[in-house]
Design a binder for this molecule. Structure first.
Ligand code: URA
Ligand code: SF4
Length: 467
């Protein structure tokens, strides 16, 4: 029986305030009716008075991340689901979130994924049209996300278009970046904003054709142009003056500014400190920077002491690494251990990581076959690698194989030709050495393997000698 009617705004902070108060009052999940204004309130329920002085609730970090994403989901039932989860987490089921087959957890995880995907989609599909206003250039887009993801999606646009002034209008929310600050305002319907392609059409048909001011016939233009374009946006009411100062060409659209996949929005900013690596590792667990996170089991972050003098970079986790969540713990790792040992380097002293932090594979029956990561994956994942390197600041970096070497040294680097030759004075370390990848040695025919191993050991020694 729902007996308490809890009125909140449809925002996470508003839900949190109410949830804290309800928990403090011992209100079990099934007695609470959540109302964020999107549904009709029940007839028989006691209006619940939220107590703002209720103590904060300690929740696992994964719950906080989950709640932040789920709060953007369009289903208003999310509030009740979140509270049911919170209730159970605080009533004897502390590790409930690890139980992925629990229907409530599975449902909420699914909502979380839907929201993350929607953020991705927004990054990929928003198209800006360019306007020239009295204050200068302005970019404008209309987009309809499935969920309330504008605030979550905005930081990447800021990063991408920091130097521009732009607005993205969605049905519920408008976000504007004025070059220094993000502002949120109520949204608007599609009709109120010219669509990107409409905008382009607009420019082509009217702006360019009437560029010759001598021939410009504003009245004719006005009569042909849908009036909503004239009236509803301040930018567009400036059109006549724009025409007066018209520039000779319209470069119109940012044609292919499809947000490239990148881990960047997931990398927490922060100064280097003893806990920086741990902070990065925690954040990387939630990375959705490229498509690889989805089929893989988990993020495999680097491992080793933050004070390591040597960093070894592989390609990407393999099958075993993906399951166990640690780098170089499978067959390639065993070969690497042997090589390190022979080169006189203690594995416990080095930091091991990969250019790409998720396992890229193809399913064949029950087996998962390793697939080489694409350049887009390596590029997307590089912010993690750079953050790790900047946190550790090693003396030597050893790139194991072409993927790692190309990630740091550029796409034209050839390990076969350049292996074992130290490169000095790089941005990440005073010395970088590239060598064979242990997996490449494992794939060599029996008779070549010994030689491959000797090369790897020799190159590791070169690195080991660097002071
Ligand atoms: N190969 C890699 O490049 N990295 C690992 O972590 C395991 C295998
Ligand atoms: Fe993020 Fe890298 Fe994983 Fe892609 S591979 S999701 S960028 S951690």
């Amino acid at each position: 029986m729902r007996t308490l009617h809890v009125r909140i705004e449809s925002t996470l902070p508003s839900w949190q305030r109410a949830a804290r108060s309800l928990l403090a009052d011992g209100a079990a999940a099934e007695t609470v009716h959540w109302d964020d204004g999107s549904a009709t309130p029940p007839l028989f329920a006691t209006s619940y008075a939220i107590d703002d002085s209720a103590p904060p609730v300690r929740v696992p970090a994964t719950f906080a991340a989950l709640a932040e994403a789920v709060a953007c989901h369009r289903d208003a039932a999310k509030w009740e689901m979140l509270y049911a989860l919170l209730w159970r987490l605080t009533h004897g089921e502390r590790s409930l979130l690890a139980n992925r087959v629990d229907p409530l957890v599975a449902n909420l995880r699914d909502y979380q994924q839907q929201v993350e995907r929607d953020v991705h989609k927004m990054h990929a599909f928003v198209r800006f049209g360019r306007l020239e206003t009295e204050e200068g250039e302005e970019w404008l887009a209309w987009y309809h996300p499935d969920h309330d993801v504008v605030a979550r999606a905005a930081p990447l646009f800021v990063e991408r278009f920091r130097a521009m002034r732009w607005s993205i209008v969605t049905p519920r929310t408008t976000v504007r970046w004025d070059g220094s600050e993000l502002q949120f305002a109520p949204g608007a319907g599609r009709d109120e904003v010219p669509q990107a392609d409409e905008l382009e059409h607009l420019w082509r048909t009217y702006y360019r054709s009437v560029f010759n001011p001598a021939r410009m016939n504003l009245r004719a233009m006005r009569s042909e142009m849908p009036s909503r374009f004239w009236n509803q946006l301040p930018e567009l009411t400036a059109l006549p003056s724009m025409l007066r100062e018209a520039t000779p060409h319209v470069d119109g659209m940012l044609r292919d500014q499809r947000a490239a996949p990148s881990a960047a929005p997931f990398v927490p900013s922060g100064a280097n400190s003893p806990s920086r690596l741990r902070q990065l590792r925690d954040a990387a667990m939630e990375c959705r920077g490229c498509e690889l996170y989805e089929p893989a089991t988990q993020t495999v972050f680097g491992s080793g002491p933050p004070s390591a003098r040597i960093v070894l970079i592989g390609e990407q986790p393999g099958d075993e690494e993906d399951r166990r969540g640690a780098p170089f713990v499978g067959p390639a790792g065993r070969l690497l251990d042997e090589a390190l040992h022979e080169a006189g380097i203690n594995r416990a002293d080095v930091y091991l990581t990969n250019a790409v932090k998720h396992f890229h594979f193809e399913e064949r029956g029950k087996r998962r076959i390793h697939k080489t990561p694409r350049t887009s994956h390596v590029t997307a994942c590089r912010p993690w690698l750079e953050a790790e390197l900047s946190a550790i600041s090693p003396s030597v970096i050893i790139c194991l194989g072409g993927t790692a070497a190309k990630s740091l040294l550029g796409g034209t680097f050839r390990v076969t030709e350049e292996r074992g030759k130290p490169i000095y004075g790089t941005r990440w370390a005073p010395t970088v050495v590239a060598t064979l990848h242990p997996s490449a040695i494992l794939r060599m025919p029996e008779e070549g393997r010994r030689e491959g191993m000797a090369m790897l050991v020799a190159d590791l020694r070169v690195a080991g000698r660097v002071e």
